[in-house]
Design a protein around this ligand. Sequence first.
Ligand code: XMP
Length: 323
Amino acid sequence: TWTPGNIVEEQVAAIRAQVGDKRAICGLSGGVDSAVAAALVQKAIGSQLTCVYVDHGLMRKGETEQVEKDFVAATGANLKVVDASERFLNALAGVSDPETKRKIIGREFIRVFEQAQLEILQEEGPEVAFLVQGTLYPDVVESGGGEGTANIKSHHNVGGLPDDIEFQLVEPLRQLFKDEVRLVGSELGLPDVIVQRQPFPGPGLGIRIVGEITKERLDLLREADAIARQELTAAGLDAEIWQCPVVLLADVRSVGVQGDGRTYGHPIVLRPVSSEDAMTADWTRMPYDVLAKISTRITNEVADVNRVVLDVTSKPPGTIEWE
Ligand code: XMP
């Protein structure tokens, strides 16, 4: 019979058999899959695992701390945090085009992660032979499946080191669907903030600022997003809403009036959607009083925002994200 306990037991045995006395690296993204994969491997091989978290500076409020504190507290994992936010900001300076943003973020992410892998290799030696990935069953099916994808090569251009480092993949979630991964995560003692997290794109808030990305704009959006998330949770809407992107229209200004004066600030867009799989989606008919509360709080508490608008477009034709 399928129980999360049985899956944990079975995977722990399999991981031990695969990794033996070698060492493994696991990249944490802040998402459910990588956290559960890492927690499983941690349970199996303990301190033979090193987790790496690249902070690209595009996460929402409190998310990096969730990885640094809550994940580590729940699992006892070794964690290497790389603060690369300056590097990402520099690489993204002046860029507004959505696909260019994605490419830059993806490229920088791989570079920073590979650099971290190299440092771990230098510290820990050739024993580091495995890379943990949170691949799920639907990913396996989508990519044609099979065990043939069991190795991955990392290419490095740093002097004095091997050009290619070959890792074997550890993919303990390959047989699981998303809801099963959540059950396994809870079984392993991960907190709900990690296990029940709604989908969030890899490029993070970088693709929720329509316009150029700057530190100030990120901070502003982080505040607005945190307010929306707080109120949606307080209203008990987290299960009903698939995800609710909060978007800053950084290149748009509109006139407002606040206190004794006119303002010329930015709009924030709320994009609550209901969906089964993100392929199609409908805008969530959520209670007006919750929308009102979010709007009042954002315009009162976030400087430079004087308008909150609701996106009432389904997918198609609108995508869930604005970029
Ligand atoms: P769209 O906007 O295409 O989004 O309707 C569908 C789902 O995918 C997420 N999304 C991304 N996830 N990298 C990701 O890891 C991306 O570049 C990306 N773009 C969109 C989006 O949040 C939604 O859940």
